[in-house]
Design a protein. Structure first.
Length: 557
C-alpha cells in the first residue's frame, strides 16, 4: 500500500512539474509573441498569432548570432565587402591626363605687412614662393603666429603641429633653393580636419572618447599633399564624430560672428581658412559637412565625386557617403588642391582611377548650365542674393536652362542609409555604453541616433539602397541635358540627394545678409566633372569678388 501511495505521489509530482514547465513555456512563448507584436508596430508590419509563434525559435537563434557579432572586435577602419559605386554602367569619362592650366598670376607684390599674406589665395602665394620672394619657413611662421593668437577665440585647432610644420618648411625651402620646385602647393601651409590620421600624432575625431588616440598610420590625402610639398600646420576641429561644430574642446566659432558656431562638421577647416589661419584646409562631407560650414564662414568648399579622393586613414562615418575635399578661398584654389589629392588608392576600395583636367582658358559659354528653377522661386532666407547671383551668371553670357529635381523619390527616407552605416561604424560605442561619455546628449545627437539605428531592419536598408539606384538613374537623365546645375545651397532635398548619388558640388559665397553674415549658392556637376564646376565658379568669383572679403575682427590691423 505504501509503495502504491509512493508511486502515486511521484506521478503527481511529475505531473505538477510537467504542468509547471508547460505553463512557463507558454508564458515565455506568449511573452516572446507579445514582444514580436510590439516590434511589428515599429516596423510597420502585421503578422498573425500563428506566424509569430513560428518565428520564436528562429529569432531566438538569431539573437544568439547577434551576440557573437557583438563580441567580435571590428575597428572603425574595416569596410564592408559591398562597395558602393554611383557611376552608371557605360558612363563616359576622360581617360587622358592633360597638363592643367590654372593661369597662375605673376609679378605678385609682397605686402609691407607680411601678415596680409594670410588672406592671399593659394595661386598668389605659390607665385611668391616660386619666385623666391618669400620662403616657406617665413610663410609658415606667419600662419603659426595667427593660430596662436586667434585659436583661443575660434576653438578651431585640436593639435598644433608647430615643430612638424617648421621641419617640413625647412625641407621645402632647401628643395626650392636647389631647383626642385614641386608645383603650386610647394611651401603652402594648410590644415586638415582631425578625422585624418598623421602617424605618431593624436587623431581625436572630436570626441573625449578618443582624445588620447595616437594614429598608427598616415592618411593618403596627407601623404599626397606632403608629396606636393604642402606644409601641414594643424589638425582642425570637427563636431564629435562628424556632426555639428561642438567637440570636446568646445564650440568652434564663426569668424564673421564669434557669438555663433561655424556649423559642421568641417567646423575647424572652414573657420581656420576664413580667419586666415591656414592657406587652405581639408574637410569631409557625408551630408552637408563641407557645404554648410563653408556657407557660414564665407569660404569656397568643393565636395568631390564619391570615390575620386581616397579616404584611407580617415574616420569612417558612412562607407557609401563619406567624401574628402578642399575648403579654400577661391574655386581655383579648390581645383589646385583637388588635383593633388585626386586618384585611385589601393587602400580605399571605393576609390577610382579618374584623371582631373582643368583649363582656365576654356570658354564658359560652351557650358550647358541648368538651374533648379522651383527652388529659386520658393520663399527662403537667401532669395535676394541668389537672384542677384543668377543675373550675374546671365551677364557672363550664360543661358540658364530650367531643370527639376527628381520627383516621387522619397529622399528623406533614404537617410536611413547614413543612420545604419554610422551606427555600424560606431557600434562598439553603443554596446559598451561609452556613448554616455560623448559631448552632445540631446535626442538628435549621435548617441541616441546610434541607438535608434539598431532598429533599422536590414531589409529596409537594402530597399533604400535599391531606391537609391533609381535616384542615381534620375540624375543621369537630368545631366544628359546640362553639364552643371546651379542650385540654392539648402533648398529642397538636393543636398541629401546629391550626397546619396555621389555627385560633386562647389559652394560659392555670393554676398552677405542683413546681419553682415556670408551667404552662398551651390553648383552641382555630373560625376567627375569638377573642372566645369570650378570654371563657372571662378568666372563668377572674378566678376563679383566676394571671395576676397575677410571677417573684420581677423583682418590685419
Amino acid at each position: 500500500m505504501r509503495t502504491k501511495n509512493l508511486l502515486l505521489a511521484i506521478l503527481a509530482i511529475i505531473l505538477i512539474l510537467s504542468l509547471t514547465i508547460n505553463i512557463f513555456q507558454w508564458r515565455d512563448s506568449n511573452s516572446f509573441n507579445h514582444k514580436i507584436e510590439m516590434a511589428e508596430s515599429l516596423f510597420n508590419l502585421n503578422f498573425t498569432e500563428s506566424e509569430r509563434d513560428s518565428m520564436i525559435s528562429g529569432l531566438t537563434e538569431a539573437k544568439q548570432m547577434y551576440e557573437k557579432i557583438h563580441s567580435y572586435e571590428i575597428p572603425n577602419s574595416l569596410a564592408p565587402t559591398a562597395i558602393f559605386n554611383p557611376i552608371p554602367f557605360g558612363y563616359m569619362q576622360e581617360v587622358q591626363q592633360k597638363t592643367n592650366n590654372y593661369n597662375i598670376p605673376k609679378d605678385i607684390t609682397l605686402p609691407e605687412i607680411r601678415e596680409e599674406l594670410c588672406f592671399y589665395t593659394v595661386s598668389e602665394l605659390s607665385s611668391l614662393i616660386k619666385e623666391r620672394k618669400i620662403t616657406a619657413t617665413e610663410l609658415t611662421k606667419i600662419y603659426l603666429d595667427r593660430i596662436k593668437r586667434y585659436d583661443k577665440e575660434l576653438k578651431c585647432v585640436v593639435t598644433l603641429l608647430e615643430e612638424h610644420a617648421l621641419q617640413q618648411a625647412a625641407i621645402a625651402d632647401k628643395e626650392i633653393a636647389n631647383g626642385k620646385y614641386k608645383g603650386i602647393l610647394h611651401g603652402i601651409p594648410y590644415g586638415v580636419k582631425d578625422m585624418l590620421a598623421l602617424e605618431g600624432y593624436p587623431v581625436t575625431w572630436g570626441s573625449p572618447i578618443y582624445k588620447d588616440q595616437i594614429a598608427k598610420n598616415t592618411a593618403t590625402v596627407i601623404e599626397k599633399l606632403d608629396n606636393a610639398g604642402a606644409i601641414l600646420v594643424a589638425k582642425l576641429s570637427l563636431g564629435e564624430f562628424a556632426m555639428g561644430d561642438v567637440w570636446f574642446g568646445g564650440k568652434t566659432r564663426n569668424p564673421w560672428n564669434t557669438e555663433q558656431g561655424s556649423s559642421g562638421s568641417s567646423a575647424g577647416s572652414a573657420s581656420a581658412t576664413a580667419a586666415g589661419l591656414v592657406a587652405f584646409s581639408i574637410g569631409s562631407e557625408t551630408w552637408g559637412s563641407i557645404i554648410s560650414p563653408s556657407t557660414v564662414c564665407g569660404v569656397t568648399g568643393l565636395r568631390p565625386t564619391f570615390g575620386r579622393v581616397s579616404r584611407y586613414g580617415a574616420m569612417t562615418l558612412s562607407w557609401s557617403m563619406d567624401k574628402l575635399g578642399p575648403i579654400c578661398r577661391s574655386a581655383k584654389d579648390c581645383a589646385i588642391v583637388l588635383e593633388a589629392i585626386n586618384g585611385f588608392d589601393s587602400k580605399d576600395p571605393a576609390s577610382h582611377n579618374i584623371v582631373f583636367n582643368y583649363d582656365a582658358q576654356k570658354d564658359i559659354k560652351t557650358l550647358r548650365v541648368g538651374y533648379f528653377k522651383e527652388l529659386f522661386e520658393e520663399s527662403y532666407h537667401n532669395k535676394k542674393n541668389d537672384s542677384i547671383a543668377l543675373n550675374d551668371l546671365i551677364s557672363l553670357g550664360i543661358e540658364l536652362i530650367p531643370v527639376e529635381l527628381p520627383k516621387d523619390i522619397p529622399a528623406d527616407a533614404l537617410s536611413i542609409i547614413l543612420d545604419a552605416e554610422a551606427a555600424a561604424a560606431f557600434s562598439d560605442i553603443t554596446l559598451s555604453n561609452k556613448d554616455d561619455l560623448m559631448v552632445q546628449q540631446h535626442a538628435r545627437a549621435w548617441p541616441n541616433a546610434f541607438r535608434m539605428a539598431r532598429f533599422i531592419p536590414a531589409v529596409e536598408y537594402i530597399q533604400a539602397q535599391r531606391i537609391r539606384q533609381n535616384l542615381i538613374d534620375a540624375f543621369a537623365e537630368i545631366f544628359k541635358r546640362v553639364d552643371v546645375i546651379v542650385t540654392t545651397s539648402f533648398g529642397g532635398s538636393q543636398l541629401l540627394m546629391t550626397n546619396l548619388t555621389g555627385h560633386p558640388a562647389i559652394l560659392v559665397p555670393n554676398g552677405f545678409n542683413e546681419n553682415n553674415l556670408p551667404t552662398s549658392f551651390t553648383i552641382i556637376a555630373n560625376w567627375h566633372n569638377e573642372s566645369d564646376l570650378v570654371l563657372l565658379s571662378d568666372a563668377y568669383q572674378q566678376k563679383t569678388g566676394f571671395f576676397k572679403e575677410y571677417p573684420e575682427n581677423f583682418k590685419v590691423k
